[in-house]
Design a binder for this molecule. Structure first.
Ligand SMILES: [Zn+2]
Length: 191
């Protein structure tokens, strides 16, 4: 699966640097290809062709733009870092929403496949696991300070399935939620 053309076109219009390296766009009328972030004049949509691989653009006879230099590797700039930070921010703020990979990918404008693969590559965990860790953190907070029972907390932090909540909670903390609560006045209160 690839990025949707509409999402790529929007990135071109916004000169969105988060997409640099993910794709290139070429303009048929000028024979030039660019990075999404290029500040050159926005071309007409019907003249634009997208490439995921710069070699492919070169093979088709397009010349690299002198301004954004899509022919150069940018070793210092990681195009994925920006949108990965955005994913993390969204999940941290909206952890209690019923996220799916599909919903998240629509929000970011990157295909589910890309999102899953690159997020995991950069962070070492899947977006799902990242989200579940945030939910466990929130659950720990509620277990320490709140009056809600464990099932209520499970739903309050965004888990839809109590057995999944128990499993992940135990994996992340080494305790069941109720055992964690019982020891809340012990050393864990310093966390
Ligand atoms: Zn350019």
């Amino acid at each position: 699966m690839k990025m949707r053309p509409e999402a790529m076109w929007e990135a071109v219009v916004r000169c969105d640097g988060r997409y640099d390296g993910l794709f290139y766009y070429a303009v048929r009328t000028t024979g030039i290809f660019c990075r999404p972030s290029c500040r050159s004049k926005t071309p007409r949509r019907e003249n634009v062709e997208f490439f995921f691989d710069r070699e492919e653009a070169l093979r088709k006879g397009y010349k690299p733009c002198k301004r954004c230099r899509p022919d150069l590797h940018t070793s210092t700039y990681d195009p994925n870092r920006e949108w990965i930070r955005e994913v993390k921010n969204i999940l941290a703020r909206e952890y209690d929403k019923p996220w799916t990979l599909q919903r998240l990918s629509e929000r970011i404008g990157i295909s589910p496949h890309h999102l899953q693969r690159l997020f995991k590559k950069e962070t070492g965990v899947s977006p799902k696991r990242f989200l579940e860790r945030i939910r466990v953190q929130q659950a720990k907070r509620l277990l320490r300070s709140g009056n809600q029972n464990v099932t209520e907390i499970c739903y309050a932090v965004g888990f839809s399935d109590p057995s999944r909540f128990y499993k992940v909670f135990r994996e992340e903390t080494g305790f069941s939620p109720s055992a964690f609560r019982r020891r809340k006045n012990d050393e864990c209160s310093a966390e």
